[in-house]
Structure formats: C-alpha cells, structure tokens
Design a protein around this ligand. Sequence first.
Ligand code: GDD
Ligand code: MG
Length: 360
Amino acid sequence: MTEAILLVGGKGTRLRPLTVNTPKPMVPAAGVPFLTHQLARARAAGVDHVVLATSYLAEVFEPHFGDGSALGLRLEYVTEKEPLGTGGAIRNVADRLDSAPGDPVLIFNGDILTGLDIAALVATHRSARADVSLHLTRVADPRAFGLVPTDDDGRVTAFLEKPESPEDIVTDQINAGAYCFNRSVIDTIPAGRPVSVERETFPGLLSDGAHLQGMVDSTYWLDLGTPQAFVRGSADLVLGRAPSPAVPGRHGDSLVLAGAHVADDAKLTGGTAVSAGAVVGSGARVDGSTILAGAVIEPGAVVTSSLVGAGAVIGARTVLEGAVIGDGARVGADNELRHGVRVWCGAVIADGAVRFSSDQ
Ligand code: GDD
Ligand code: MG
C-alpha cells in the first residue's frame, strides 16, 4: 500500500467567484466535490492513507470527508498557519507519513483531472531507481506550466516553472502535477518556511545531481484552475471522457442528482451536471454546464459552457455562454452574458439589463 499527499491549500484565485466561499478542490464537478474524484482514483490505485495539506478555507474539508472511511481511505488533515507553498506544504505533513526513508510517497496537485496510471508512475519510479518521478504531459502552449525537458532515457534535465523569456520554452512537456517522491527526499525540504517545489526544490535537486525521472503520456489531462477548464472537466466526467470511479450516476449527456428538478421539456446536453435542489424550468436548454445546488434556471433560459453557483437564479430567456455566476447571484430575465463574464456572489442584475454586442 502507498501513501499520498494532496496539495489543496491554494487560493484558487483564477476560479473566483466560485472560490470565494469554497476552496477549489471542494467545488462540485459532476455532482461531487472535485477532490472526491482524485481521492477515489488514488484509492483505486491502491493508496490507503492520504494526508491533505490544507491552508485556504481549510475548515471545510474535514466535515465533508471525515476520516475517509466512506472512500475506503484513512484521511488526515494538516493546516498551515501561513501558506507554505507547494514544497513547504509537503514538508509540513512529513511527520504524518508512515513510510520508511526508501519508500515511495505519491504527491498530487489538488486541481488536476487526469487518467494517469498511478501504479505505472510508481513502477517507473522503482525501475528507474529515481529520487523523484514526475508525471509529464504535452500541451500546445506550455508557458503557464512547469516545463520539464528530459533526455532519451526520460531523465529530467531541467525544471523551468512558468518561464518568461522565449528562449526558455525548450519543450512542450509540462509538469502534470503528480509526483512520486522517495520519503527521504521529502525530509530534505526545509521546514517552517514557504518553499515552492517547482521553483526551489526541483531545480535544487537537479543541481545536486539527484535523479528526477519523467513519465510522459498522452492520457486525459486537465488543470481545472480556470472556470472554462472547470466546466470542461465536469462535463468530461459526466460524458465519461475523463475517468473517475466517483461520478454519482451513469455516464451520458447529463447527470441530474437526486433532489434536482428538471422540467420534462428542458434539454440537458454536453455533459451538463445539475446538483441536488437545483431547478431547470420549462423549455430551458443547458449545454456543457455545471448547475450547483439549489440554483434555478428559469423557463426558456439558454445556458452554455457556464458555471451557475449554489442558489443562483438565472432569469427566464436569459442567455449565458462561458459565464460564471457566483453563489446566490440573481440574473434577471432577458439578459445576455457571454465570453467569460463573471457575476459576483450575491450580485443582482435587473431584467433586460445586459445585452451582448459583437460590434466594437
Ligand atoms: N497546502 C498548500 N499550501 N497547497 C498549496 C499552496 C500552499 O501554500 N499553494 C498552492 N497549493 C496547491 C494548490 O491548491 C494546487 O492544488 C497545487 O498546490 C498547485 O498550485 P496551483 O496554484 O494550482 O499551481 P499552478 O496550476 O499554477 O501550477 C502547478 O500546476 C501545473 C499543472 O497544472 C505547478 O505545479 C506547475 O509546475 C504545473 O505545470
Ligand atoms: Mg493548478
């Protein structure tokens, strides 16, 4: 059995306003807090003990997941007094690990939806006799990620976090946010101060000659850090394109949770998820969207690739496309909100107040 650390302390700034009241890993994707999918996948890969490294809105994790037994896991929670960064968070939970110095410990960013073969990462780590192994994926534009070039044997040659100068864009392989560390390496991270595993630990290990091994694959991979990505990820879970044992229902065009009410002539498509207590009115069309608990989509509204927060109301005939509506917001009837617009939690938009125009 293997242990894992999940990094779930980030502020989720890019997901605001959804992360104003809820930390990013607790925002529901396909009807359950996103973290559930990661925990269930780790469990399915043989992980039995998980330590959650929490910071921002730390208090909400334990009431939901408890001791982890519902997921077949032993879960522990460690909260940083001040955010310690990714490396500092890992070091901060080291005393909760049972692993011996030579044992592999899995570490996951808390906002990644992926089909990673977790057991294969551990196997690669063992056969390469690496100090740290990293899951890598290829993306068209790597600039927003950690760039990780490797040699012919897959050994990591550099780690360049979010490089700013064009000459540092040396590869399209990026850090996919899942690592296998030898326990002893975790104990070398300095304690009691912020450390970035990407900017400090990995470059430092490389310059000390440590063996960092990359495992590149082309499985499903998405960082759910932006609203567009979050909605996409939730829809892919519902459609069955992204693998998770924790989707609460059958895969298909839509997922309607118990206690939601959808009118017979409403149309739900493209992996739309409707949480408990939400209402979708007559003639409404909802495509590729996530409707959180208690939200109301009034008759005739057209919602596409959008996230509607808990208890929010979308007025009759209103059109949303690529919009994020904060918890408890009220968008009146006959509005048109497009292109990444964000409505803050509790905000009120009057009937017919917003129109979209493509004219400049
Ligand atoms: N406990 C704790 N404390 N967790 C933290 C802290 C902290 O101070 N800061 C960040 N985290 C957690 C976040 O909650 C998230 O799960 C993870 O660490 C990574 O932080 P992000 O803020 O999501 O980083 P990113 O997406 O910009 O970049 C990271 O992920 C990319 C892949 O998506 C880096 O690891 C990149 O190298 C990588 O390519
Ligand atoms: Mg991220």
